[in-house]
Ligand binder design. Structure first.
Ligand code: NAD
Length: 401
């Protein structure tokens, strides 16, 4: 492996590095825009030529808006577009130094594609997947040199969301991890290193934002609009959980929850909700289908929230405690450091502040008391306080030294 590694270490991470993006859908197009805006030549590959028109039109529209807002000049956007080559020939990626795959979320399809491209590229080429839910280890098994493979998880929309989770697999070399991080940092992104476990950081830690909101809704504690009001007005979140699920689409959001639940061997902390399942079954997928928890159809009226402060505090405190407990677990299980977990939630899902910083501000003992009260009330494993949270309280410590 010595040779591969020294080649990889010599990889030029400057602008001359050509970037290959596999899949010209939502994420591939966004990542291509990021790489090209940072001066790289980009090959954007897809099996569907039809996708290119959509991808290019999307890019032109987004970039033109930047010109209208006087954030970019017409020359700059012409240069960005000129640096991107659309291709349905995989061999056009042969001289790329860094390749990011963003095709369908299917292990076999991803493995097959990496097996086709690996013999075409130089030994120094780094191969990465933008998967949001598949294991990096499972995809890496298809490669001749798994040391050069890792996960780079951008968030949607890639040009706007600053976070990129970097996920080294069991075989990824340390040097490749560092090279990748340096490259993506040079694209003005915030990078965090996450362990190769289900949901990485964000899609794991964020589960209670949806799950506990749905639980409160199912119990009849409050309706969707009131829970959203509490999280926005009292918690300072930009969107409430129900608005956000409606925007993401219940089909997508439910699938992630279900996959995390299964991958965690059915841990009750991640249990999906019947209320959301029924929404999916009924085709009420949210904004895209005109109706979800809210009605988006023309002339439709949505209820007003019950703006009761006591009720709002109860809702917010319970969801926040669950989120902090999950963030604590991510640190406890060495998924990432406290600092990186906080960065991930702020830059990946726009939380008003890092969850562990929040815990330090309100006091870890307050969070523990909330969790313990829930556990006593329900006697469900779902509400078990995380051991690290308990330890912090016992030792009078904070999450951030
Ligand atoms: N959409 C999101 O919010 C989001 C966020 C982070 C990560 N991801 C991940 O990014 C990846 C892509 O997601 P997306 O939302 O951009 O999907 P998408 O459906 O918009 O695009 C996928 C593209 O891949 C192409 N494709 C499918 N099979 C291919 C193959 N074998 N070779 C080449 N191209 C192929 C399709 O033609 C399509 O253009 C997935 O792994 C997804 O889990 C998505």
């Amino acid at each position: 492996m010595g040779n591969h590694l020294s080649n990889l270490l010599n990889m030029n991470t400057q602008k001359s590095l050509k970037i290959g993006i596999l899949g010209a859908g939502t994420m591939g197009t966004g990542i291509a825009q990021v790489a090209s805006s940072n001066g790289h030549d980009v090959v954007l590959f897809d099996i569907s030529a039809r996708q290119f028109t959509q991808s290019e039109n999307g890019l032109v529209k987004i970039l033109n808006r930047q010109v209208e807002k006087k954030r970019m000049t017409a020359e700059e956007i012409t240069a960005i577009l000129q640096r991107i080559t659309f291709s349905s020939e995989l061999s056009d990626c042969a001289d790329c130094g860094f390749i990011i795959e963003a095709i369908v979320e299917d292990t076999d399809a991803k493995k097959q594609l990496f097996q086709s491209i690996e013999p075409m590229v130089d030994e120094s080429c780094i191969l990465a997947s933008n998967t949001s839910s598949l294991s990096i280890a499972s995809i890496s098994a298809a490669l001749e040199i798994p040391e050069r493979f890792l996960g780079v998880h951008f968030f949607n929309p890639a040009p706007l969301m600053k976070l990129v989770e970097i996920i080294p697999g069991i075989s990824t070399s340390n040097e490749i991890k560092e090279k990748t991080r340096n490259l993506i940092d040079s694209w003005q992104k915030v990078t965090v290193i996450a362990k190769d476990t289900p949901g990485f950081i964000v899609n794991r830690v964020a589960r209670p934002f949806y799950g506990e909101a749905l639980r409160l809704y199912e119990e009849g504690t409050a309706d969707a609009v009131t829970i959203d009001w509490a999280m926005k007005e009292i918690g300072g979140f930009k969107m409430g959980p129900f608005e956000l699920m409606d925007l993401i689409g219940h089909d997508v959001n439910y699938k992630v929850t279900e996959s995390v639940f299964k991958e965690f061997y059915f841990d009750p902390r991640f249990k999906p909700s019947f209320a959301q399942k029924r929404m999916v079954e009924a085709g009420r997928l949210g904004k895209k289908s005109g109706i979800g928890f809210y009605d988006y159809r023309e002339g439709a009226e949505n209820p007003e929230p019950v703006t009761d402060q006591e009720l709002g505090n109860k809702i917010f405190n319970r969801i926040l405690a669950m989120l902090i407990n999950e963030a604590s677990d991510a640190v406890f299980m060495n998924i990432a450091t406290a600092k990186e977990v906080d960065l991930a939630m702020v830059y990946g899902v726009n939380y008003p502040k890092g969850l562990l910083q929040w815990a330090d501000e309100i006091g870890p003992s307050y969070v523990l008391d909330t969790m313990s009260a829930l556990q006593v009330e329900y006697r469900e494993d779902r509400y078990r306080p995380n051991p690290l949270l308990k330890r912090k309280v016992r030792n009078g410590e904070f999450f951030h030294g």
